[in-house]
Design a protein around this ligand. Structure first.
Ligand code: BDR
Ligand code: CA
Length: 326
Protein backbone atom coordinates (compact mmCIF):
# COMPACT_ATOMS: atom_id res chain seq x y z
CA UNK A 1 0.00 0.00 0.00
CA UNK A 2 1.31 3.46 -0.91
CA UNK A 3 1.72 6.26 1.57
CA UNK A 4 -1.42 8.15 2.57
CA UNK A 5 -1.83 11.42 0.60
CA UNK A 6 -2.04 14.45 2.87
CA UNK A 7 -2.00 18.22 2.91
CA UNK A 8 -0.62 19.58 6.17
CA UNK A 9 -2.11 22.93 7.18
CA UNK A 10 0.00 24.32 10.01
CA UNK A 11 1.48 27.26 11.93
CA UNK A 12 5.00 26.15 12.95
CA UNK A 13 5.33 26.27 15.92
CA UNK A 14 7.53 23.85 17.87
CA UNK A 15 5.04 20.99 17.89
CA UNK A 16 4.08 21.73 14.26
CA UNK A 17 7.76 21.20 13.41
CA UNK A 18 7.53 17.66 14.81
CA UNK A 19 4.32 17.20 12.83
CA UNK A 20 6.16 18.16 9.62
CA UNK A 21 9.12 15.87 10.38
CA UNK A 22 6.81 12.89 10.99
CA UNK A 23 4.62 13.60 7.96
CA UNK A 24 7.51 14.16 5.55
CA UNK A 25 8.90 10.69 6.22
CA UNK A 26 5.78 8.56 6.63
CA UNK A 27 3.08 10.21 4.52
CA UNK A 28 2.83 11.44 0.94
CA UNK A 29 2.81 15.18 1.66
CA UNK A 30 1.29 16.87 -1.39
CA UNK A 31 1.96 20.29 0.07
CA UNK A 32 2.21 22.30 3.27
CA UNK A 33 -0.14 25.25 3.70
CA UNK A 34 0.47 27.83 6.40
CA UNK A 35 -1.85 29.85 8.58
CA UNK A 36 -1.22 32.76 10.96
CA UNK A 37 -1.46 31.34 14.47
CA UNK A 38 1.43 30.63 16.79
CA UNK A 39 3.29 33.43 15.03
CA UNK A 40 2.37 35.79 12.16
CA UNK A 41 2.03 34.22 8.70
CA UNK A 42 5.43 35.41 7.51
CA UNK A 43 7.17 33.64 10.42
CA UNK A 44 5.26 30.37 10.24
CA UNK A 45 5.81 30.18 6.46
CA UNK A 46 9.54 30.71 6.91
CA UNK A 47 9.56 28.09 9.68
CA UNK A 48 7.75 25.54 7.50
CA UNK A 49 10.42 26.02 4.83
CA UNK A 50 13.18 25.62 7.43
CA UNK A 51 11.73 22.38 8.81
CA UNK A 52 11.29 20.90 5.33
CA UNK A 53 14.95 21.74 4.67
CA UNK A 54 15.94 19.97 7.90
CA UNK A 55 13.98 16.98 6.59
CA UNK A 56 15.73 17.27 3.23
CA UNK A 57 12.46 17.41 1.26
CA UNK A 58 12.13 21.13 0.52
CA UNK A 59 12.74 20.53 -3.20
CA UNK A 60 9.76 18.16 -3.34
CA UNK A 61 7.20 19.65 -0.95
CA UNK A 62 5.92 23.15 -1.67
CA UNK A 63 4.85 25.61 1.03
CA UNK A 64 1.71 27.61 0.20
CA UNK A 65 0.96 30.60 2.46
CA UNK A 66 -2.69 30.87 3.43
CA UNK A 67 -4.58 33.39 5.51
CA UNK A 68 -2.77 35.75 7.83
CA UNK A 69 -5.66 36.27 10.22
CA UNK A 70 -8.90 34.64 11.39
CA UNK A 71 -12.31 35.02 9.72
CA UNK A 72 -13.78 37.38 12.31
CA UNK A 73 -11.59 37.90 15.36
CA UNK A 74 -8.18 39.60 15.42
CA UNK A 75 -5.17 37.25 15.33
CA UNK A 76 -3.86 35.96 18.67
CA UNK A 77 -0.32 34.56 18.64
CA UNK A 78 1.61 32.46 21.18
CA UNK A 79 5.18 33.85 21.57
CA UNK A 80 5.27 32.76 25.22
CA UNK A 81 5.02 29.13 24.08
CA UNK A 82 6.89 29.13 20.74
CA UNK A 83 9.21 32.17 20.97
CA UNK A 84 9.07 35.41 18.99
CA UNK A 85 10.08 33.63 15.77
CA UNK A 86 7.69 30.72 16.36
CA UNK A 87 10.50 28.15 16.59
CA UNK A 88 12.06 29.01 19.91
CA UNK A 89 14.94 30.86 18.23
CA UNK A 90 16.16 27.45 17.02
CA UNK A 91 19.23 29.00 15.43
CA UNK A 92 18.76 27.37 12.06
CA UNK A 93 19.97 29.44 9.10
CA UNK A 94 17.27 31.21 7.06
CA UNK A 95 15.69 28.87 4.50
CA UNK A 96 17.18 28.84 1.03
CA UNK A 97 13.84 27.82 -0.48
CA UNK A 98 10.98 30.26 -0.99
CA UNK A 99 7.24 29.82 -0.64
CA UNK A 100 5.02 29.14 -3.67
CA UNK A 101 3.08 31.99 -5.27
CA UNK A 102 -0.21 30.11 -5.07
CA UNK A 103 -2.47 30.88 -2.08
CA UNK A 104 -2.87 28.04 0.42
CA UNK A 105 -6.65 27.95 0.03
CA UNK A 106 -6.38 27.67 -3.76
CA UNK A 107 -3.84 24.88 -3.31
CA UNK A 108 -6.19 22.95 -0.99
CA UNK A 109 -9.20 23.34 -3.30
CA UNK A 110 -7.35 22.49 -6.52
CA UNK A 111 -5.51 19.54 -5.00
CA UNK A 112 -8.56 17.98 -3.37
CA UNK A 113 -10.72 18.46 -6.48
CA UNK A 114 -8.01 16.96 -8.66
CA UNK A 115 -6.81 14.10 -6.44
CA UNK A 116 -8.79 11.26 -4.85
CA UNK A 117 -8.50 10.31 -1.18
CA UNK A 118 -6.62 13.30 0.19
CA UNK A 119 -6.51 13.65 3.97
CA UNK A 120 -6.32 17.17 5.40
CA UNK A 121 -4.32 17.43 8.60
CA UNK A 122 -4.81 20.75 10.37
CA UNK A 123 -2.51 21.72 13.22
CA UNK A 124 -3.26 25.43 13.39
CA UNK A 125 -6.37 27.62 13.44
CA UNK A 126 -8.89 26.28 10.91
CA UNK A 127 -9.21 29.44 8.79
CA UNK A 128 -7.71 27.97 5.59
CA UNK A 129 -9.75 24.78 5.79
CA UNK A 130 -13.00 26.68 6.40
CA UNK A 131 -12.20 29.10 3.57
CA UNK A 132 -11.54 26.17 1.24
CA UNK A 133 -14.89 24.60 2.16
CA UNK A 134 -16.65 27.93 1.59
CA UNK A 135 -14.92 28.34 -1.76
CA UNK A 136 -15.65 24.79 -2.96
CA UNK A 137 -18.14 22.89 -0.77
CA UNK A 138 -17.63 19.72 -2.83
CA UNK A 139 -14.24 19.18 -1.15
CA UNK A 140 -16.16 17.91 1.89
CA UNK A 141 -17.16 14.78 -0.02
CA UNK A 142 -13.85 14.53 -1.86
CA UNK A 143 -11.52 14.40 1.16
CA UNK A 144 -10.79 11.12 2.90
CA UNK A 145 -10.99 12.87 6.27
CA UNK A 146 -9.96 16.00 8.15
CA UNK A 147 -7.72 15.29 11.12
CA UNK A 148 -7.61 18.27 13.48
CA UNK A 149 -5.29 19.05 16.34
CA UNK A 150 -7.59 21.33 18.22
CA UNK A 151 -10.25 21.46 20.85
CA UNK A 152 -10.60 19.22 23.85
CA UNK A 153 -13.06 16.74 25.24
CA UNK A 154 -12.15 18.08 28.69
CA UNK A 155 -10.15 21.18 29.71
CA UNK A 156 -8.85 23.96 27.49
CA UNK A 157 -5.46 25.68 27.58
CA UNK A 158 -5.95 29.23 26.27
CA UNK A 159 -9.03 29.61 28.47
CA UNK A 160 -10.40 27.13 31.02
CA UNK A 161 -12.47 25.54 28.26
CA UNK A 162 -10.97 26.65 24.92
CA UNK A 163 -7.93 25.19 23.18
CA UNK A 164 -5.65 27.66 21.31
CA UNK A 165 -6.32 26.64 17.67
CA UNK A 166 -10.08 26.72 18.12
CA UNK A 167 -9.95 29.85 20.30
CA UNK A 168 -8.06 31.79 17.61
CA UNK A 169 -10.73 31.20 14.95
CA UNK A 170 -13.92 29.67 16.41
CA UNK A 171 -16.03 30.68 13.38
CA UNK A 172 -13.73 28.72 11.09
CA UNK A 173 -13.71 25.75 13.46
CA UNK A 174 -17.51 25.72 13.61
CA UNK A 175 -17.66 25.75 9.81
CA UNK A 176 -15.38 22.71 9.65
CA UNK A 177 -17.06 20.69 12.41
CA UNK A 178 -20.49 21.40 10.87
CA UNK A 179 -19.35 20.67 7.30
CA UNK A 180 -20.33 17.01 7.13
CA UNK A 181 -16.76 15.89 6.43
CA UNK A 182 -15.35 12.93 8.33
CA UNK A 183 -13.63 14.70 11.23
CA UNK A 184 -11.03 13.30 13.61
CA UNK A 185 -10.38 15.53 16.61
CA UNK A 186 -7.04 15.14 18.33
CA UNK A 187 -7.74 17.42 21.29
CA UNK A 188 -5.87 18.44 24.41
CA UNK A 189 -7.34 15.58 26.46
CA UNK A 190 -5.22 13.32 24.20
CA UNK A 191 -2.19 15.51 23.54
CA UNK A 192 -1.64 16.16 27.26
CA UNK A 193 -0.55 12.52 27.37
CA UNK A 194 2.44 13.53 25.25
CA UNK A 195 4.76 15.78 27.28
CA UNK A 196 8.43 15.87 26.28
CA UNK A 197 10.86 16.37 29.19
CA UNK A 198 14.60 17.05 29.61
CA UNK A 199 15.02 13.24 29.48
CA UNK A 200 13.34 13.22 26.05
CA UNK A 201 15.73 15.94 24.91
CA UNK A 202 18.68 13.82 26.08
CA UNK A 203 17.32 10.87 24.10
CA UNK A 204 17.11 13.07 20.97
CA UNK A 205 20.71 14.30 21.53
CA UNK A 206 21.95 10.72 21.70
CA UNK A 207 20.56 9.97 18.21
CA UNK A 208 23.22 12.06 16.50
CA UNK A 209 21.49 13.19 13.31
CA UNK A 210 21.05 16.83 12.30
CA UNK A 211 17.28 16.42 12.50
CA UNK A 212 17.51 14.98 16.02
CA UNK A 213 19.75 17.87 17.09
CA UNK A 214 17.19 20.32 15.68
CA UNK A 215 14.42 18.45 17.53
CA UNK A 216 16.44 18.62 20.76
CA UNK A 217 16.96 22.38 20.43
CA UNK A 218 13.33 23.26 19.82
CA UNK A 219 12.15 20.89 22.54
CA UNK A 220 14.64 22.47 24.96
CA UNK A 221 12.98 25.82 24.36
CA UNK A 222 9.51 24.29 24.73
CA UNK A 223 10.43 22.69 28.05
CA UNK A 224 12.07 25.87 29.37
CA UNK A 225 9.17 28.07 28.34
CA UNK A 226 6.70 25.74 30.08
CA UNK A 227 8.15 26.31 33.56
CA UNK A 228 5.51 28.87 34.50
CA UNK A 229 2.71 26.60 33.28
CA UNK A 230 3.71 23.03 34.21
CA UNK A 231 5.63 21.39 37.04
CA UNK A 232 7.67 19.42 36.26
CA UNK A 233 8.22 21.36 33.02
CA UNK A 234 7.36 19.59 29.78
CA UNK A 235 6.66 20.49 26.15
CA UNK A 236 3.48 19.01 24.78
CA UNK A 237 3.76 17.79 21.19
CA UNK A 238 0.10 18.31 20.37
CA UNK A 239 0.44 18.53 16.60
CA UNK A 240 2.71 15.52 16.28
CA UNK A 241 -0.08 13.40 17.78
CA UNK A 242 -2.48 14.28 14.96
CA UNK A 243 0.08 13.25 12.33
CA UNK A 244 0.99 10.10 14.26
CA UNK A 245 -2.71 9.15 14.24
CA UNK A 246 -2.65 9.29 10.44
CA UNK A 247 0.57 7.28 10.28
CA UNK A 248 -0.57 4.52 12.63
CA UNK A 249 -4.16 4.53 13.82
CA UNK A 250 -3.37 1.92 16.50
CA UNK A 251 -1.41 4.56 18.45
CA UNK A 252 -4.62 6.28 19.50
CA UNK A 253 -7.92 4.98 20.84
CA UNK A 254 -10.90 7.13 19.88
CA UNK A 255 -14.67 7.26 20.19
CA UNK A 256 -17.43 8.82 18.09
CA UNK A 257 -19.19 11.86 19.48
CA UNK A 258 -21.01 14.97 18.37
CA UNK A 259 -18.75 18.01 18.57
CA UNK A 260 -19.65 21.64 17.99
CA UNK A 261 -17.95 24.93 18.75
CA UNK A 262 -19.22 27.60 21.11
CA UNK A 263 -19.22 30.97 19.33
CA UNK A 264 -20.90 33.32 21.75
CA UNK A 265 -20.48 32.27 25.39
CA UNK A 266 -19.25 34.95 27.77
CA UNK A 267 -16.75 32.51 29.28
CA UNK A 268 -16.83 29.70 26.76
CA UNK A 269 -16.14 31.14 23.27
CA UNK A 270 -13.97 28.67 21.39
CA UNK A 271 -14.94 25.67 23.53
CA UNK A 272 -15.48 22.39 21.70
CA UNK A 273 -18.73 21.09 23.15
CA UNK A 274 -18.38 17.31 23.03
CA UNK A 275 -21.42 15.13 23.60
CA UNK A 276 -20.03 11.95 25.16
CA UNK A 277 -23.02 11.16 27.34
CA UNK A 278 -23.46 7.90 25.43
CA UNK A 279 -19.98 6.83 26.59
CA UNK A 280 -20.42 7.49 30.29
CA UNK A 281 -18.76 4.79 32.34
CA UNK A 282 -17.25 3.08 29.31
CA UNK A 283 -14.10 5.13 28.68
CA UNK A 284 -11.35 6.18 31.12
CA UNK A 285 -11.61 9.84 30.10
CA UNK A 286 -15.26 10.00 31.06
CA UNK A 287 -15.16 7.54 33.94
CA UNK A 288 -15.91 10.24 36.49
CA UNK A 289 -19.31 10.54 34.83
CA UNK A 290 -20.15 6.92 35.54
CA UNK A 291 -23.51 7.81 37.03
CA UNK A 292 -24.45 10.59 34.60
CA UNK A 293 -28.03 10.57 33.49
CA UNK A 294 -28.84 10.81 29.80
CA UNK A 295 -31.20 13.64 28.97
CA UNK A 296 -32.91 13.96 25.62
CA UNK A 297 -31.22 12.12 22.75
CA UNK A 298 -28.19 14.05 21.50
CA UNK A 299 -27.27 14.67 17.87
CA UNK A 300 -25.63 11.86 15.92
CA UNK A 301 -21.80 11.81 16.14
CA UNK A 302 -20.05 14.00 13.55
CA UNK A 303 -16.51 13.24 14.70
CA UNK A 304 -14.14 10.75 16.23
CA UNK A 305 -12.45 12.14 19.31
CA UNK A 306 -9.02 10.87 20.34
CA UNK A 307 -9.00 9.57 23.92
CA UNK A 308 -5.93 7.48 24.71
CA UNK A 309 -2.36 7.62 23.37
CA UNK A 310 0.16 4.78 23.43
CA UNK A 311 2.92 7.17 24.47
CA UNK A 312 5.77 4.65 24.47
CA UNK A 313 5.15 3.62 20.88
CA UNK A 314 4.55 7.25 19.88
CA UNK A 315 7.95 8.32 21.26
CA UNK A 316 9.62 5.37 19.55
CA UNK A 317 8.07 6.52 16.25
CA UNK A 318 9.44 10.04 16.78
CA UNK A 319 12.93 8.78 17.66
CA UNK A 320 13.09 6.33 14.75
CA UNK A 321 11.96 9.09 12.42
CA UNK A 322 14.68 11.46 13.67
CA UNK A 323 17.29 8.70 13.35
CA UNK A 324 16.30 8.04 9.73
CA UNK A 325 16.95 11.63 8.67
CA UNK A 326 20.44 13.06 8.08
C1 BDR B 1 -2.01 24.02 19.69
O1 BDR B 1 -1.73 25.41 19.83
C2 BDR B 1 -0.47 25.72 19.30
O2 BDR B 1 0.23 26.57 20.14
C3 BDR B 1 0.22 24.41 19.06
O3 BDR B 1 1.06 24.48 17.93
C4 BDR B 1 -0.90 23.43 18.86
O4 BDR B 1 -1.30 23.39 17.50
C5 BDR B 1 -2.16 23.42 21.07
O5 BDR B 1 -3.18 24.06 21.77
CA1 CA C 1 0.09 24.29 15.74
Amino acid sequence: MGKKKVILDCDPGIDDAFAILLAAQHLDVLGVTTIGGNSPLENVTRNALKVLEVAGVADDVGVYPGHSCPMVAPLVTAPSVHGADGLGGACVPPPTHVAQDKHGVDFIVDTVMGTDDVTLIATGPLTNIAAAINREPRIVDRVREICIMGGSVTLGNWTPVAEFNIYVDPEAAARVFRSGAHIKMCGLNLTRQCGFTPETVARFRSIGTQAADFAARITDFGVASSVSRHQPPRAYMHDACAVAWEIDQTLIAAAPMHIDVELSGTYTRGMTVCDYRHLCGTQPVVDIERTAQMGPQGEAPNAEAALDLDYGRFLDLVCTTLANYQ
